[in-house]
Design a protein. Structure first.
Length: 365
């Protein structure tokens, strides 16, 4: 097992565990009930996955799916749900989102002068850490919740980058996937913060749960890598059917369209339409992002129509020429198996020509 692969696998999962523990700590501090520390037991699933991955996959990832990302979602999403449902009314300091940690230099100097040797230095560090933690505890709940949302989405992208990739995905595909994740994370963060910050929404408990359910549903696209990988096709009879050929040739594009319509932009548009149509909630940003969702859904449907027309033209052209439709995304060995077998037969035919029937020699000859 390579050293860098092992370090990346362990460090990334350690970051996941630490972030989820911070979320559990905030829930316990907000609810003021120690029983919520039981949420930390969910990290045992991530530890178990780490051991199995190191043993059976040598630390590398799987094809089309990332169990570490999925289990990280299981660990952190319940904490964010509880924080959003609670949504305390604690007053934030000077400015919204301002985070101030006041540890004066005088305290450092006094502690440094009164301390002598290594024991005094250790005591000084412990006291400084206590002051820092106490200052962090005074930050209002809304800032903490927003910060957890932001770091959660950033850690999803960075963690997917640091996690060792499997043999089925290339560096080029990983870079495309990470760029898609950045845009997706920004849209999801905007959806959660923009809708849950509306005062009328906060008064409706059922509406909060519905928004969080859609937000959780949109997170399920992060463990999957189908957006940049084609499904390999085998030269069998079932692979020559029209739906199988379509899925084989445009698997990545169809997955992107499906994610946009059914996991992200489609559900986001439905929620925002309900807010404006049924609950009569209007503001400038809500109207803008609703129009943006409509535009994205329309463009995705247009893209789907273009793919279907292009595929139909390809099928008709090959059927007129009498060719057998083959999938361009299938492995090279599978595509060339039939042609290589035919070439071998032709070489054998040339090397050993068919025997002609022997005729009796004529008298003239």
């Amino acid at each position: 097992m390579e050293l860098m692969v092992l370090l990346n696998a362990l460090v990334t999962r350690l970051l996941f565990v630490l972030h989820s523990l911070i979320g559990v700590w905030r829930v316990t501090a907000v609810k003021k009930e120690p029983k919520y520390w039981l949420l930390a037991l969910l990290n045992l699933l991530l530890c178990l996955e780490t051991g199995l991955t190191l043993k059976f996959k040598q630390g590398r990832g799987y094809k089309w799916f990332s169990p570490a990302i999925f289990l990280y979602l299981i660990c952190i999403v319940p904490s964010l749900w509880l924080l959003e449902i609670h949504h305390g009314t604690q007053y934030c300091g000077n400015e919204p989102g301002a985070v101030q940690v006041n540890v004066s230099n005088q305290d450092f100097n006094q502690s440094g002068d009164s301390s002598h040797g290594s024991e005094g230095m250790d005591h000084h560090i412990i006291q400084t850490a206590k002051v820092f933690v106490n200052q962090l505890s005074t930050i209002c709940e809304t800032v903490w919740t927003l910060a957890l949302h932001q770091t959660f989405l950033l850690l999803l992208v960075v963690g997917r980058w640091l996690l060792p990739i499997g043999v089925e995905i290339t560096r080029d595909q990983l870079s495309q996937l990470l760029l898609m994740f950045v845009g997706t994370a920004a849209d999801i963060l905007e959806f959660a913060s923009e809708t849950l910050d509306i005062e009328d929404v906060r008064k409706n408990y059922a509406l909060i749960n519905a928004i969080l359910a859609v937000w959780t549903w949109s997170m399920l696209q992060f463990p999957l890598d189908l957006a940049v990988q084609h499904i390999g096709c085998k030269p069998s009879g079932s692979a020559r059917r029209i739906p199988s050929l379509l899925l084989c040739r445009y698997s990545a594009e169809l997955w992107n369209i499906g994610v946009s319509l059914f996991i992200q932009d489609g559900p986001f548009f439905i929620v925002r339409s309900i807010l404006m149509g049924h609950f009569r909630i209007f503001n400038q940003m809500l109207v803008f992002f609703t129009a943006k969702n409509i535009l994205v859904v329309t463009l995705q449907l247009y893209r789907l129509a273009v793919i279907m027309l292009d595929f139909r033209v390809t099928i008709l052209q090959k059927s007129r020429k009498g060719e057998v439709c083959c999938c361009p995304c299938e492995p090279y060995e599978a595509r060339t198996h039939a042609t290589s077998h035919h070439d071998n037969e032709m070489k054998e035919f040339i090397a050993f020509p068919p025997k002609e029937e022997t005729q009796a020699p004529s008298e003239d000859h």
